[in-house]
Ligand binder design. Structure first.
Ligand code: ZN
Ligand code: ZN
Length: 1015
């Protein structure tokens, strides 16, 4: 009765809030989110460290052109875990958000909204100014959605003061960066063979091209080019882009390759597939073919042929052939016409594929363009930048060379045209990897055009050298993907023929009257431009600055801006400077924060953001831009396919967080290989299991502590530090494990190994829940409040508190809940991160306990195999490794054996069940004596009485009396054990009068009837 009063008092006096054992995580998280917001905990965490040493973090800005997907979620989580960790380590870690505002993603949205299909519609129907303003209005359309998701994920970021790449201050710094590069001679204009997107009508950079490779079917054709001085003799050339044949102006051979002239049975000379059609070839006189000797087998297959001549390639040089088309060949005004349609030598010609003779169209290939420049070939471009064939090529005028809906359509048309003229030797389908526009999926064209470049080649050595200073997680990225990309990096094409972007700040004199006035002026600030303009400038977008012209100081002509805008990656690569409007403002702030201590993004950024940051920092600051970088892999759907909104093959991230909790999602991602740049097939099932296992264990441990600590009115005597000498081995062990964990967490976090860190937690929590608490339960349950009990409480309180701090960066919600309740302090995120104390780490004890747990597992496995319940005591567990004497009782208790014996070897025997793991072997003696059986039945009785207590609705510490009929032998021998275990004051033989519950229990050897009554 006295105890009952105590209980009532506890309800009002307890220092811990009661814990719901079945608490759904998402509900708890919502409460924490509200708390963070109301109490401004993020701001406080920054305020607290504002004078501390700076830890610099750069955010790679996302586009807000859609809701955040899993790629954003995983990167966002990494960008939250690491700054939270370093904040707790005592650093000042500002986290300013950024928005990418420019470029094709926004322009495409605007186009869709306006129903625009072709670039020229923008110019003709809307004008750049109106189009750009529509883009501006679309940029931040998804910002609210982003804020919601990022907040729900628990990521702390300053989104209110986010930088935007379209802000005047940002764009001005971009100009400054450009001017720096210009002044260092790193910017030049070049006429190059580039990849263009004909739909977006713009050039793309090497990294954008690398983004969009897809396997497509093309035609592989061998075309006949007839020699003018030997009618009836054809050179065979191979191509997979028949649409480029109209632009053919030469053929290339390799001087050192051996070529053959073959006589083949004459035919209509067309065959669509080698072999298949060969039987149809008709015998006629006088058809000869020339191709590389090494290629005859592949090209001719089983077609009948006879080699009539063998010669070195040089013999072919300078000979003329008949053009396939006469649209350009007959144009007398075509520049360099006299050099066209002849055979030239080139080293790039090999005999690895094709015929050893290469068709040259300088407008549509890099090698072709270079050869064209070298040999002064005529330049024939029959295709406009929008991918349509020009009017001159009248049979095909207006056709798209690679229509997105049927990329072969025009090729087929051209092939049919040539086939009618008997100029096709063979054709077949050809599958290969072909680049597509990363934004609109249109097949790209190789297209000669002029573009502005950053000369990467001039700074490459320096970039490689500086890259050595960067720490990558995972480490193989440095030499691998990033290193390889750097090695192969080419000059960066930075000009785009688009509208909504930072512009290239170059003005050129347009005077044609004076020869050679190529006066150029480059601007690096708003002020410089205002000086020539005479008016205030508040926007640096194309439609505004293109209006600004001024007189050429050399010739009096008009200076006009070149029309191109900047590659959006130039914005992203300039963000360290532009986000703080450097060097126009915040010089100190910039110097302190550069290079960044930490950045994180997906693996695709090795050739994009990481690369451009590095390139610009090398050029502008002779420095690397970031010291540490964590790279995540790609999250795929569960079936290993790309996540696709259309296919709905993945669960919505917000729904996942609302169902399992953001902590569960965060932990699932952070403990997976995706944070080590590997791909992850996202599995909701794995996430759910993960959440159930670890969070349940953790929550149960926390619940257990709060429940009993409240009952016993345990007050944490400032046990955030261990102040007393521990006497219990279990306490010593769990504290030792805890400090090992602290040591390992710090060790891995210091080198940015997130998944290695995360994976430590479930192991520790398993030790805590399934061993420490399990083995210590009786210490908490016993009625007397002795020193051992106090130490158990103190230890568990300390461990849970420290664990909540350790986990706070990864699982900020559940950590907050536990920490706040256990300490009464405001927030775990304002706490200092634990430091390991070597004094508490006992490696030998950890090792021994591991051994104990292993032998318990083996012993229980042997029991399961023998089909003997754990309640049935057995005589002996034999083990082959020495277990510390102090720990032997743990094994005896858990496996429920009377003895644990050490044996050098354990022999097979019908009465012995053997289990093994690695070198550890355990043998369980399964022979049950009468005494053992009786004790087993006593255990069974205890279990049934415990169930009965629950059925009766007793509280865990209610005292009872037992009445029983039958089983007197059991009560005689084990009565004390039974009453102690079930909190009974006594057991009386005979029927129970006015009992609360009664039960008939049919034990293996005898029936027993039990009555319980609460006292
Ligand atoms: Zn495109
Ligand atoms: Zn001029």
């Amino acid at each position: 009765m006295i105890w009952y009063l105590d209980f009532v008092i506890w309800i009002f006096k307890s220092m811990f809030n009661p814990v719901n054992p079945k608490q759904p995580l998402p509900k708890m998280e919502e409460k924490i989110l509200k708390f963070w917001e109301e109490k401004k905990i993020f701001d406080k965490s920054l305020e607290l460290r504002k004078d501390a040493e700076l830890y610099s973090f750069y955010d790679g800005p996302p586009f807000a052109t859609g809701s955040p997907h899993y790629g954003h979620i995983v990167a966002s989580t990494m960008k939250d875990v690491v700054p939270r960790y370093w904040t707790m380590r005592g650093f000042n870690v500002p986290r300013v958000w950024g928005w990418d505002c420019h470029g094709l993603p926004i322009e495409n949205i605007a186009e869709q909204e306006l129903g625009i299909k072709r670039k020229k519609e923008i110019l003709e129907k809307y004008g750049v100014a109106k189009f750009n303003e529509i883009c501006r209005s679309k940029v931040l359309e998804y910002v609210e959605e982003w804020k919601k998701v990022i907040k729900r994920l628990g990521r702390w970021a300053d989104m209110e003061n986010a930088y935007k790449t379209m802000d005047l201050s940002f764009m001005e710094s971009v100009w400054w960066v450009f001017k720096e590069l210009w002044d260092k001679g790193l910017i030049y204009e070049g006429y190059r063979s580039m990849h263009i997107c004909p739909r977006c009508e713009t050039t793309l950079s090497q990294s954008e091209v690398a983004e969009g490779y897809k396997i497509i079917k093309d035609l592989s054709v061998v075309i006949k080019f007839e020699l003018i001085d030997q009618p009836g003799t054809y050179l065979l050339a191979w191509t997979t882009t028949p649409w480029t044949l109209v632009g053919n102006v030469a053929l290339a051979i390799n001087n050192s390759v051996v070529y053959c002239k073959l006589k083949a049975p004459a035919s209509n000379a067309s065959r669509s597939d080698a072999g298949r059609q060969s039987s149809k070839l008709k015998n006629k006189e006088g058809i000869f073919y020339i191709l590389a000797k090494d290629r005859i087998k592949d090209i001719f297959g089983d077609i009948e042929h006879k080699v009539v001549e063998e010669f070195k390639g040089e013999k072919l040089i300078g000979r003329e052939y008949k053009p396939l088309f006469d649209y350009y060949a007959s144009d007398k005004n075509l520049k360099n016409r006299e050099n066209g349609w002849k055979i030239y030598p080139a080293d790039f010609v090999t005999t690895e594929e094709g015929t050893g003779i290469v068709h040259i169209a300088p407008a549509f290939g890099e090698d072709d363009l270079n050869l064209g420049k070298e040999k002064n070939l005529p330049f024939v471009s029959h295709v406009d930048m929008d991918g349509t064939i020009r009017d001159e090529a009248k049979d095909f005028a207006g056709l798209d060379v690679k229509p997105i809906e049927d990329s072969l359509k025009t090729d087929v048309k051209i092939m049919k045209f040539l086939a009618r003229k008997n100029l096709v030797f063979s054709k077949s389908k050809y599958e290969h990897s072909y680049p597509h526009c990363w934004r609109c999926e249109t097949p790209l064209l190789n297209y000669a055009t002029s573009s502005w470049f950053v000369s990467i080649s001039k700074i490459k050595e320096q970039m490689l050298e500086l890259a050595k200073k960067i720490n990558w997680s995972p480490t193989h990225m440095r030499e691998g993907r990033f290193g390889n990309w750097l090695e192969g990096a080419r000059d960066w094409s930075i000009s785009r023929q688009r509208f909504w972007a930072s512009v290239i700040p170059i003005w050129k004199c347009d005077s044609k009257s004076k020869i050679n006035c190529a006066n150029i002026k480059v601007f690096g600030s708003v002020k410089e431009l205002e000086e020539v303009n005479g008016k205030k400038i508040t926007d640096l977008h194309k439609h505004v600055v293109d209006e600004i012209t001024f007189a050429c100081e050399k010739c009096g002509g008009t200076m006009r801006r070149i029309p191109d805008v900047l590659d959006t990656w130039f914005d992203s690569g300039s963000m360290p400077y532009a986000q703080v409007h450097y060097p126009f403002e915040n010089k100190d702030e910039f110097e302190k924060s550069f290079p960044a201590d930490f950045i994180a993004e997906g693996v695709d950024q090795t050739r994009a953001w990481f690369y451009y940051l590095h390139a610009i920092a090398t050029a502008v600051k002779d420095s690397h831009a970031f010291k540490n970088v964590v790279v995540n892999g790609i999250i795929l759907a569960e079936d290993g396919k790309k996540m696709s909104k259309r296919l709905q093959n993945y669960p919505d991230p917000q729904e996942v967080m609302n169902k399992y909790g953001a902590d569960a999602l965060r932990f699932y991602l952070m403990s997976s290989p995706v944070v080590a740049a590997e791909n992850l097939n996202f599995s909701e099932k794995d996430l759910a299991e993960n959440a159930r296992r670890m969070f349940r264990m953790l929550w149960n441990s926390y619940y257990f502590f709060v429940l009993y600590a409240s009952i016993d009115k345990f007050e944490s005597r400032n046990t955030q530090h261990i102040t007393r000498n521990m006497s219990n081995l279990l306490d010593k062990w769990i504290i030792s494990e805890l400090h090992s964990l602290i040591k390992d967490v710090n060790r891995h976090m210091e080198v940015y190994e997130l998944s290695k860190t995360a994976r430590l937690f479930p192991l520790f929590i398993d030790n805590l829940s399934n061993w420490y608490i399990r083995r210590s339960r009786k210490r908490f349950w016993k009625s007397e409040n002795d020193e051992d009990k106090k130490q158990a409480y103190e230890t568990l309180h300390y461990v849970l508190t420290e664990l909540s701090k350790l986990m706070a960066p990864f699982t900020p919600f559940v950590s907050e809940e536990i920490y706040k309740n256990l300490t009464g302090n405001e927030s775990v995120h304002l706490a200092d991160f634990p430091k390991a104390n070597k004094k508490y780490i006992n490696e030998e004890l950890n090792k021994q306990m591991k051994l104990v747990r292993r032998f318990v597992t083996l012993g229980l496995a042997a029991r399961a195999k023998a089909g003997i319940k754990v309640r049935q005591p057995l005589s002996e567990l034999m083990v082959n490794e020495v277990i510390d004497d102090n720990l032997i009782d743990l094994v005896k208790d858990e496996v429920n054996v009377k003895k644990v014996g050490f044996y050098g070897s354990i022999e097979k025997d019908p009465g012995i069940y053997i289990e093994q793991e690695g070198n550890s072997m355990a043998g369980l003696n399964v022979v049950i004596t009468d005494d053992l059986r009786l004790e087993g039945e006593a255990r069974e009785l205890i279990r049934r009485i415990q169930e009965l207590r629950k059925k009766a609705g007793y509280e865990v510490d209610n005292r009872i009396t037992i009445c029983y009929q039958g089983g007197s032998e059991i009560f005689e021998k084990f009565g004390d054990l039974i009453t102690r275990e079930v909190l009974a004051t006594g057991a009386i033989e005979g029927g129970g009068i006015d009992a609360d519950v009664e039960e008939f229990i049919d034990l293996e050897t005898q029936p027993v009837r039990i009555w319980l009554k609460k006292i």
